[in-house]
Design a protein around this ligand. Structure first.
Ligand code: AMP
Length: 145
C-alpha cells in the first residue's frame, strides 16, 4: 500500500484536539515521517450571527484571532509543526479544510469525530461535512464518547 506523504490535521483547539493530534503523529511516524500540517478555522462572527447583533464585532473578532493564533502555535509546537505549516483561516470549517487540503496536496485529513458542534450527533457535523467531497482520504478519530 502507498504511504501517506502529507497529513493535514484540522483542530478546533478544544481538549480533544490532543487526541486527534496524537493519532495524526502516530500516522506520521508510521508513514516514514510524512509531512504534517495543521489547520484551525475561525468562523467569522458575522457568518454566525449575520446582522442579528447591531454592533461592530471587529474588535472581538480581532481578539478571537489573536487568541486562536497563540493557541494554534502552542499546539503546533507540541507536534513539531513549523510555522509555515500552521494555518489559521477564516471561513466555514469543512469548506476551508477541503480548500487547504487541495492547496497543499494533502493525501490524508485527520479530524475528530466530535467537537463543539457535534456532541449530540453520531458523527460531528464538521467530520461529516469533511467526508463529503473530500479531495483525499479522511480519518475521523473517535473522541467524546
Ligand atoms: P464538530 O463538528 O464540532 O463536532 O467537530 C469535529 C471535528 O472537526 C473536530 O474534532 C475538528 O477535528 C474539526 N473541526 C471542527 N471545528 C473546526 C475548526 N473551527 N477548525 C478546524 N477544525 C475543526
Amino acid at each position: 500500500m502507498n504511504e501517506y506523504k502529507h497529513i493535514l490535521t484540522a483542530v478546533d483547539l478544544t481538549e480533544e484536539s490532543h487526541l486527534v493530534a496524537q493519532r495524526a503523529c502516530a500516522l506520521q511516524r508510521a508513514n516514514a515521517n510524512a509531512k504534517l500540517s495543521c489547520l484551525h478555522v475561525i468562523e467569522p462572527l458575522s457568518l454566525a450571527y449575520g446582522g442579528d447583533i447591531p454592533m461592530d464585532l471587529s474588535n472581538i473578532q480581532e481578539q478571537i484571532q489573536e487568541t486562536a493564533k497563540l493557541h494554534l502555535a502552542e499546539f503546533a509546537k507540541t507536534l513539531n509543526i513549523q510555522t509555515q505549516d500552521q494555518h489559521l483561516i477564516f471561513g466555514r470549517p469543512e469548506t476551508e479544510i477541503h480548500t487547504l487540503a487541495n492547496q497543499i496536496g494533502a493525501d490524508l485529513i485527520v479530524v475528530g469525530s466530535h467537537g463543539r458542534h457535534g456532541l449530540a450527533l453520531l458523527l460531528g457535523s464538521t467530520a461529516n461535512g469533511v467526508l463529503h467531497g473530500a479531495p483525499c482520504d479522511v480519518l475521523a478519530v473517535r473522541v467524546g464518547n
